[in-house]
Structures are given as structure tokens and as C-alpha cells.
Design a protein around this ligand. Structure first.
Ligand code: CTP
Length: 448
């Protein structure tokens, strides 16, 4: 029988506690409460970006205490962090001893975010050292602890760092994947500190939902599509849609942080940070998207179609800008149907052109109509597409498109129409919704 249940953060499959040694304590109203956030700053050149991180948190209304290491203060002065956070800054447990600052700050924190986390700081945290205020506070904290590493690629790849990172992750600390790109000096590779706003988004998601960054997709390859396609009418006009790409990028973000190799195929999107380490291909039209997905699908374990694909395209694309009163009759637009990419994938799997264990997931954006709720229409769409998982969002009236939050239902097929399994996805950031989708997908992967 169909069932409708709202999962709690603690009940979701495989959830682990992100904090160093705390217990699940999901926020009752994710994303909207004022948090006490400890921002730790390690001694690397990226320390200057911690200023923007502090700004992002205070701008969102959170209370921020900054704890730099001694070497971080060689890059950015304490006065800068004090002015930005509105709170005193010290590096040692021996200042204001009567206030037992390291215990109080660690105990009272809702979230600890360390950016940049240097190789040395990661090593000290992995060893459980408490030789300055930051490491001592981390030992006291029971809330989620999120590290954003930044260092040269060789240091990130060194077996000592790999083991330290693995130790911390095993204990529940979230160690984000560094961004790829230009490092200090001429070299480039993994090791860059992600954009501060992006760190703030990911760290807040770690607080909103425990286990969101567990390493459950190591060894998996995912193909995720995002954004809207545009179907050209002439060189300057097109048929398009309002998709921001946020949901697809959030899926790629979470999948990368869970250890997956991610192919992200993106149409037109807002200006969004590229998920660390994802391989991104940009496409324009539904037919470009179709060709790229078909190229990449044989090499992955799952495809998640979050792109908003135009169902129709103008039959002709004019070479020059269409003019009123010109030779063309502009009052009638002749359209051709685009391929249904999702249904095509399911069909190729059925005929053996794609592996039979390839998982295929889709999204449905539904407004409902006079006789049907969005969920009614999603049940019909799941059957029509034949995919393994469908995330349905109720859209319209400013909901979902272009926003940071979303909600809806996750549907998997039942034995008969009307017997689909339906799980409500409560309102949350698109990263938290992405985690629900990936949790459901992970349950569908064959063990092993
Ligand atoms: N989709 C696709 N190819 C298309 C249209 C949609 O692969 N030509 C995928 C979307 O990426 C999404 C799912 O199908 O995962 C549902 O998209 P949606 O636009 O809601 O559905 P449509 O098939 O377009 O149906 P309708 O517009 O009639 O609701």
C-alpha cells in the first residue's frame, strides 16, 4: 500500500552524527534560527577569506565567535575578526582564565566551522591535541564540526593528511572536499578554499541535517543534470524557463562530499559555485543535453535528471533577428517535440543498451490542476517515465524556482498504479532536499 511518512533527521537511513562526539539534535526549524557559530581560522594564505565567511554568517543573523590560530594572525589581524564578529578574539586558553573561554565557547556552539583548515591544524585535530584555544574548543564541542581544508595539492594528497582526514571523518567531523583551481603560486589542482558563501551554505546544511555528508557514495559515479535548456528562435530570442539550477548543483555538491565522482551537465543556471571536483559540461538546448547525457550514461551508476528540459523547440531557428513586418508570419510559432531524455534512458536500459543496474531518477515540478493535486500528477508521471525514483515539487506562486528552499515528495514505483511508495520531504534548503534524494537513491543501489 502507498504510505506517506515524514522522516525525521534521526530516522534517515545511515545517518551519523557530524559532531566530534555529540548526539543527534536536529534543528526543529532548519535554516531559520539564530545559531552560535565558532569560526576557526588556520594559518594559511586563505585566512583572508575567513573574513567573508564571518560576514556571511553575521549577515544571516548568526552570532559568531572567531578563534584564529597564532599563525592565522600572521595573515589577518585580530582586530579585523573582532570588528567583523563583534566579539573579542584570542588564540590562547590563558586569556580571561576566569571565564574558562575554551569550555564555554565549545559547549555553547551550535556549529563549528574551520576555514581554512591547514594540514597542520587537521593533524592536530586528528590527534586530539588541545594546545591552543581552537583545538581545545573543538575537543569540548558536541555540535557539528565542519572543516574546509586549504593547502597545496601535494599536502592534501600526502598519506599523512589522507589518514588524518579519514580519522576525523570516521569520528563524525565533516571534512569538506577542497575546490579545484589556482593555488598560491603558479600551480593548480585540488586544495583551494571554496567560495566563503558556499562554505557557509554547506556548513549550515551540516547543522540542519545530521549525516548529510557521510561518505556513503565513495566509488559511485553519478550523472546529474541541472538548469534550464533554451530553444532558439533567432540569434537573440529563445523559449526557456525559470530554472535556477540550484537543486541540481546542490545534488552535485552533496554527492561530491559523499565521495562520488560526479558528471554535472548544466544548462542555463544562476551564477552558482561549481561543486568541488565535479566535472561540469555546459549545454544549451534539449538536444545538446540529450546527446551529452547519452554519451555519459554508459559510464555511471546513476543518472539524476534535475534539469528543466524544454519539451518543444521552434521548428526553425532564424539566422538573423526576426523583424515585425518582415517576411515571416510571427503570429504563429511552429514547434517540434524534443526527445524525452528521462524516458529514453529507461527505454535504453530495457533494451540492454544501458546496464540493467543503472539507476534512473527524475524530478517533477507540478502545479496541480482543477481535478488533481501535485502528488496525483507525480504518480502519473512516475508511471509514464518508468524511472526508479521521482522527486516531486509543488511549484507555482513563487515556490521552488529560484529559491534556496524546497519541499515535496519522493516516489518509488509500487507493484500496481496507485501503490507507489511516497515519502514526504519536509521544507528545507535545496542541499537538505538533495540529501533526501540521494538517501533514497542509495537505498536503491544493490548492496556491494
Ligand atoms: N525530462 C526529460 N526530457 C524532457 C522533459 C523532461 O528528461 N524532454 C525530465 C526532467 O528532467 C525531469 C522529468 O523529466 O526529470 C519531468 O520533467 P517535467 O518537465 O516535470 O515533465 P514533462 O515530461 O515535461 O511532462 P509535463 O510537462 O507534461 O508535465
Amino acid at each position: 500500500m502507498a504510505s506517506t511518512t515524514a522522516p525525521t533527521a534521526a530516522s534517515t537511513a545511515g545517518s551519523t552524527v557530524n559532531g566530534s562526539h555529540g548526539s543527534p539534535d536536529a534543528s526543529p526549524n532548519p535554516g531559520s534560527e539564530t545559531l552560535r557559530i565558532l569560526v576557526g581560522v588556520g594559518g594559511g594564505i586563505a585566512a583572508y577569506k575567513a573574513c567573508a565567511l564571518v560576514r556571511a554568517f553575521t549577515g544571516a543573523g548568526h552570532e559568531v565567535h572567531v578563534i584564529p590560530t597564532e599563525s592565522a594572525l600572521r595573515f589577518v589581524g585580530a582586530a579585523t575578526f573582532e570588528a567583523l564578529s563583534g566579539n573579542p578574539v584570542t588564540t590562547t586558553v590563558f586569556d580571561d582564565v576566569d571565564q574558562v573561554r575554551h569550555v564555554r565557547l565549545g559547549q555553547e556552539a551550535d556549529l563549528v566551522v574551520i576555514a581554512p583548515a591547514t594540514a597542520d591544524l587537521i593533524a592536530r585535530l586528528a590527534q586530539g591535541r588541545a594546545d591552543d584555544l581552537l583545538t581545545a574548543s573543538c575537543l569540548v564541542a558536541t555540535c557539528p564540526v565542519v572543516l574546509a581544508p586549504a593547502m597545496h595539492t601535494e599536502m592534501w594528497a600526502h598519506p599523512a593528511t589522507r589518514e588524518n582526514v579519514a580519522t576525523l571523518r570516521r569520528r563524525g567531523t565533516v571534512v569538506l572536499e577542497p575546490a579545484h583551481g589556482r593555488l598560491t603560486g603558479p600551480d593548480s589542482g585540488p586544495g583551494r578554499l571554496p567560495d566563503p558563501g558556499h562554505i557557509a551554505t554547506l556548513a549550515t546544511a551540516a547543522r540542519d541535517r545530521y549525516g548529510i555528508f557521510r561518505r556513503s557514495l565513495v566509488g559511485r559515479r553519478l550523472l546529474i543534470t541541472a538548469g534550464g535548456t533554451r530553444e532558439p528562435l533567432d540569434p537573440v530570442r529563445f523559449l526557456g524557463n525559470d530554472s535556477s539550477g540550484r537543486q541540481g548543483f546542490a545534488l552535485a555538491d552533496i554527492a561530491v562530499q559523499r565521495g562520488a565522482r560526479v558528471e554535472l551537465v548544466a544548462g542555463f543556471t544562476d551564477d552558482l559555485p561549481v561543486p568541488s571536483g565535479a566535472h561540469v559540461t555546459r549545454v544549451r538546448t534539449a538536444r545538446d543535453l540529450h546527446a551529452t547525457v547519452n554519451d555519459l550514461a554508459p559510464g555511471v551508476d546513476a543518472v539524476v535528471m534535475a534539469a528543466a528540459v524544454a519539451d518543444f523547440r521552434p521548428v526553425t531557428e532564424a539566422d538573423s533577428k526576426l523583424k515585425k513586418g518582415g517576411a515571416e508570419d510571427l503570429s504563429v510559432l511552429e514547434l517540434a517535440e524534443n526527445p524525452d531524455i528521462l524516458r529514453g534512458l529507461v527505454e535504453s536500459r530495457r533494451t540492454g543498451d544501458l546496464p540493467e543496474d543503472l539507476l534512473i531518477a527524475g524530478f517533477a515540478a507540478e502545479t496541480g490542476d482543477a481535478g488533481h493535486t501535485p502528488l496525483d500528477l507525480a504518480r502519473v508521471k512516475l508511471a509514464k517515465k518508468g524511472c526508479d525514483l521521482l522527486m516531486c515539487n509543488a511549484v507555482g506562486g513563487g515556490r521552488v524556482f529560484g529559491r534556496d528552499d524546497s519541499s515535496g515528495w519522493l516516489l518509488t514505483p509500487g507493484d500496481h498504479p496507485g501503490e507507489e511508495d511516497v515519502v514526504e520531504v519536509p521544507a528545507g534548503s535545496k542541499h537538505v532536499v538533495a540529501a533526501h534524494v540521494l538517501d533514497a537513491l542509495e537505498e536503491l543501489f544493490a548492496p556491494g
